[in-house]
Design a protein around this ligand. Structure first.
Ligand SMILES: C[S@@+](CC[C@H](N)C(=O)[O-])C[C@H]1O[C@@H](n2cnc3c(N)ncnc32)[C@H](O)[C@@H]1O
Length: 212
């Protein structure tokens, strides 16, 4: 049974438009923590969209698996990887029913993978389970305050507050992991036509303990 979220058809239509809905440059979070990314590591990019983060990680020398339910997004991911001369393994799957690997990845990069609160904590626990001990999860999303910025600047994100990232919820989701960074604030996005203008963001990095 799939999650009650934004339907696949919406994403396929969005990713069938010309250009890149959220740009082709990776999240600024990955640039900020570039020192944690090492050639030869394995990375998972759930909800990869059109592949901007997956391709960046591959360019950094990581072996990247990108998962999304949108075939159109995955086709763009493959094309972007080819344009940069790197390889990304693309899998079309619903993250709520995917057979999640356990203890398999050094890095998980989940940007704007907004889900309903009925599923979000489950997904985030899957991230931790899928990491190797000592692995890192990079997480970016919109805060509840983004509702105001949608009204004033149309700068992106789900319009249903239930999908947005409350810092207390995110900390609870990743309880047991080491919080290397959790920052919230207003930043002007320049990530394609659908992430553009002042926005209320959460960016976080968690490390799975070596013993778990
Ligand atoms: C806002 S886009 C973000 C794309 C990309 N991470 C980025 O930042 O450019 C959300 C993505 O989540 C994917 N998605 C949403 N729900 C999903 C689910 N249940 N399973 C797999 N992918 C899902 C959509 O297809 C879409 O690509």
């Amino acid at each position: 049974m799939s999650v009650p979220g934004i339907p696949k058809d919406f994403w396929n239509a969005r990713f069938s438009e010309d250009g890149f809905a959220y740009g082709d440059r990776a999240s600024r979070l990955l640039f900020a923590f570039r020192d944690l990314l090492k050639p030869g590591q394995s990375a998972l990019v759930p909800a990869c969209g059109e592949g901007r983060d997956a391709v960046f990680l591959a360019q950094c020398g990581l072996a990247v698996t990108a998962v999304d339910m949108s075939a159109a997004g995955l086709a763009k991911t493959q094309a972007l990887a080819a344009a940069h001369g790197v390889t990304v393994t693309c899998l079309e799957a619903d993250l709520s029913t995917w057979d999640w690997p356990v203890g398999s990845f050094d890095v998980i990069a989940a940007m704007f993978a907004h889900m309903p609160s009925s599923f979000r904590p489950v997904l985030h626990r899957r991230f931790l389970a899928a990491l190797k001990p000592g692995g890192h999860v990079f997480l970016e999303g919109f805060l509840p305050a983004q509702i105001d910025y949608q009204k004033s600047h149309n700068s992106g994100g789900p319009h249903n507050v239930d999908f947005l990232f409350d810092p207390a919820d995110i900390r609870a989701d990743f309880a047991g992991a080491e919080e290397l960074s959790l920052m919230t604030g207003i930043e002007t996005l320049t990530e394609g036509p659908y992430h553009h203008g002042p926005a209320a963001l959460l960016r976080a990095v968690f490390r799975k303990p070596e013993t778990k």
